[in-house]
Design a protein around this ligand. Structure first.
Ligand SMILES: [Zn+2]
Length: 133
């Protein structure tokens, strides 16, 4: 029997720094949330693990890539309604607790939220026409 090497990874762009950072941030928030509310230690419960995987995938396919705005300011709602609600719950709980456990990550997260959200060029918002005088 021949031993085949595993298939090479899909030829997608490797996630950039910002995306990877957001993935780590959501993982850290889920960790806090799951530990405190679901009594886990170090390993997420199945529900939270699924949510984490979902968030990771959404980040990987974010159309903004490294220009990504904070999710709560983004005009593209890539999360399903149910998942969005759950992520918001996690952030509501873990957000205020982040500075204690992950100070640098929390600061970067806050800075990211202050950045202006870019618009996707192809779905431009209607601009207000200047009023005629
Ligand atoms: Zn959990």
């Amino acid at each position: 029997m021949q031993h085949r090497p595993p298939p090479p990874p899909a030829p997608t762009e490797p996630a950039g720094r910002r995306i990877r950072h957001e993935q780590r941030t959501i993982a850290a928030m889920l960790d806090i949330y799951c530990r405190d509310l679901h009594g886990t230690a170090g390993t997420l419960c199945p529900d939270c693990a699924r949510l984490g995987e979902y968030a990771h995938r959404r980040l990987e396919t974010c159309p903004f890539g490294e220009e990504k705005p904070a999710c709560n300011q983004c005009e593209v709602h890539c999360y399903s309604a149910a998942m969005r609600e759950r992520v918001r719950e996690v952030m509501r709980y873990a957000g205020p607790r982040m500075p204690l456990r992950h100070p640098l990550m929390a600061i970067r997260h806050i800075l990211a939220e202050l950045r202006r959200a870019p618009s996707l060029p192809k779905r431009r918002r209607k601009t207000h026409k200047p009023a005629k005088s």
